[in-house]
Ligand binder design. Structure first.
Ligand SMILES: [Fe+2]
Length: 561
């Protein structure tokens, strides 16, 4: 059964339980699975019995002919199911970008109880125990010899201006438009002759170059793609013709509210621009990366989810022992000793009230106590390591992005520890190596809005984010956006390392010199994920050598010697 689930999950497709039973009822379920994967031209998010019946029907009709495949229509119903499933898997609740921390965060005076942990009416469930970690004689971590060198380059923390008014939104989109238009005009030769949209019809030029914000994008009944592009002077209706496959592919990647450049020609009756190419800011192929001059490493630790019943205590304790030089072979101990930074991209606790009935999945039902339990664990990280911690959608900060960092009441729980608290997203450097750290909620918007992207291939989505120079362009999707006067979600500087979390997968890739990381999680499969056959890739830790950019992955699911 697992191999069947795996065959589909590799393509980003879940199987409904009754669909799985149907496959298992076949004489040779494995062979039938191969038949299905061969005949599915597009892999839906959720495989239903009606998909299978349609494939069976089509294959019977054309038996004996070589062309048996036909694509499954990407219907609005499927899209609806997708949206529902995704929001359930990733526990996205109702969104209110103005919701303040006070509404969200139940503060309990810690002095009220002497004991950190549970009140009497809280259920008994596994909570992280405190390990007895003593300093090992003879273990001399290399990273002790170096002072930390951290620079915060871009962070909304302390700089938030938004009050949620209409004029705030106007300022946000104007800032987005201006900063990305500047990048497009200065860095893309194809757009050297950009003109304002209101001059299109006045000009008698063959080729038109415009830059604007995508106001609408849709497919016509004939299969062409229509894009409405707006700048500060007007709106242009542009069309990617269905026979121009290359342009149509680019047009299919266009999402609402992003800034793009278009090269095209006016149609004969001068009311449409026929798109020849769509230009994104992208990254130069000559992009070169910064390297540290010191032999230090940065490790990435995302989605810890302390407070969840599924928090992986054993694997976490194995990590703590390893980072303290207590376990691992000599090479693994050498790596542990060189780690100078632990970067934590959000969902540090499981939170409360993130989704209906979450309390049934919690081992600690008070969010303040969740942070206390996390602090107890992080106190076991050696003092020479600096942690850089940002919030995610489960944390007790405002849900709208960009998220300023944790409130003082939470930060105080970690007092005396070597932690730099930053917002989400945050752009910073360590020893000159520039890192863009983003929790990653918009990975789901991208996966839903661009058909060929899959939520379980986050690094592929991150490549698209880099090409577009934007983390979350679409307003009104899964990602609540706060109308700051500066668009903190614009990628206006190319990082050396781009890290996300949120989807609980462990992946490493590269795009034009940028290292891409999705930084796993420390939460095992939840009951809902289990029902949907979603398999997280937890308890892994990507580690980057800051001197040469090489990435390795530690796997704490395996026993270390
Ligand atoms: Fe998470």
């Amino acid at each position: 059964m697992n191999s069947i689930i795996k065959s589909f999950s590799e393509h980003g497709t879940f199987i409904q339980p009754d669909t799985l039973n149907y496959i298992l009822s076949k004489d040779d379920p494995k062979e039938f699975t191969t038949f299905l994967t061969k005949n599915l031209k597009e892999f839906p998010l959720v495989l239903t019995i009606s998909h299978i019946k349609e494939i069976e029907k089509l294959s019977q009709k054309v038996e004996g002919t070589p062309e048996t495949s036909k694509s499954i229509p990407y219907s609005p119903e499927i899209k609806k199911i997708q949206s529902k499933m995704l929001s359930e898997i990733y526990k996205i609740g109702e969104i209110d970008y103005n919701k303040s921390v006070d509404n969200d965060f139940e503060y309990d005076d810690p002095d009220k109880d002497d004991q950190i942990g549970f009140s009497e009416d809280e259920p008994e469930a596994p909570v992280p125990k405190i390990l007895d970690i003593k300093k090992l004689k003879g273990w001399k971590p290399k990273a002790v010899e170096y002072e930390p060198e951290i620079k915060i380059i871009k962070d909304v923390t302390g700089n938030s201006t938004c009050e949620g008014t209409t004029s705030d939104f106007t300022k946000l989109f104007v800032d987005r438009f201006n900063s990305l238009r500047k990048i497009l005009r200065n860095q893309r030769r194809e757009l050297a002759n950009v003109i304002p949209i209101d001059r299109i019809k006045k000009r008698d030029v063959k080729e038109i170059h415009i830059v604007g914000i995508v106001k609408d994008v849709k497919t016509t009944t004939n299969g062409h793609r229509l894009i409405e592009l707006e700048d500060d002077t007007g709106i242009a209706v542009c069309i990617a013709l269905k026979n121009d496959h290359e342009t149509l592919h680019l047009a299919n990647e266009v999402v609402l509210d992003e800034i793009i450049g278009i090269r095209g020609q006016l149609s004969r009756n001068r009311d449409l621009i026929v798109i020849q190419s769509i230009v994104h800011p992208d990254i130069s192929i000559q992009n070169s990366r910064h390297k540290a001059e010191v032999p230090l490493y940065a490790a990435f630790l995302s989605d810890i989810h302390v407070g969840s019943k599924q928090f992986m205590i054993d694997e976490w304790q194995s990590f703590l022992k390893w980072i303290n030089g207590q376990i691992g072979n000599s090479r693994q101990k050498d790596v542990a000793g060189k780690i100078k930074y632990l970067i934590i991209p959000g969902d540090v606790v499981d939170g409360i009230g993130i989704y209906p009935d979450q309390d049934k999945e919690l081992s600690i039902i008070n969010v303040y106590r969740q942070y206390e339990a996390l602090a107890q664990q992080l106190r076991l990280i050696p003092d020479h390591i600096t942690m850089i911690m940002q919030p995610g959608n489960h944390d007790a900060v405002r849900p709208a992005e960009p998220q300023p960092t944790f409130e003082k009441e939470i930060q105080d729980l970690f007092s005396g520890m070597n932690i730099e608290f930053v917002g989400n997203p945050c752009y910073f450097s360590v020893h000159g190596v520039e890192i863009l750290s983003y929790h990653g909620q918009s990975l789901l918007d991208y996966a839903t809005n661009i058909q060929h992207l899959k939520y379980n291939e986050p690094v592929e989505i991150m490549k698209v984010m880099l090409r577009k120079h934007h983390l979350a362009p679409t307003y009104g999707g899964y990602t609540p956006l706060a109308p700051e006067h500066i668009d903190y979600m614009v990628i206006d500087k190319i990082p050396d390392i781009f890290v996300t979390g949120h989807v609980h997968l462990a992946q490493i890739s590269e795009y034009r010199g940028v290292t891409l990381i999705n930084a796993s999680s420390w939460q095992a499969q939840t009951s809902y994920q289990k029902m949907l056959n979603f398999i997280p890739d937890s308890a892994k830790m990507p580690i980057v050598d800051l001197k040469n950019g090489i990435v390795t992955m530690m796997d704490f699911n395996k026993k270390l010697a």
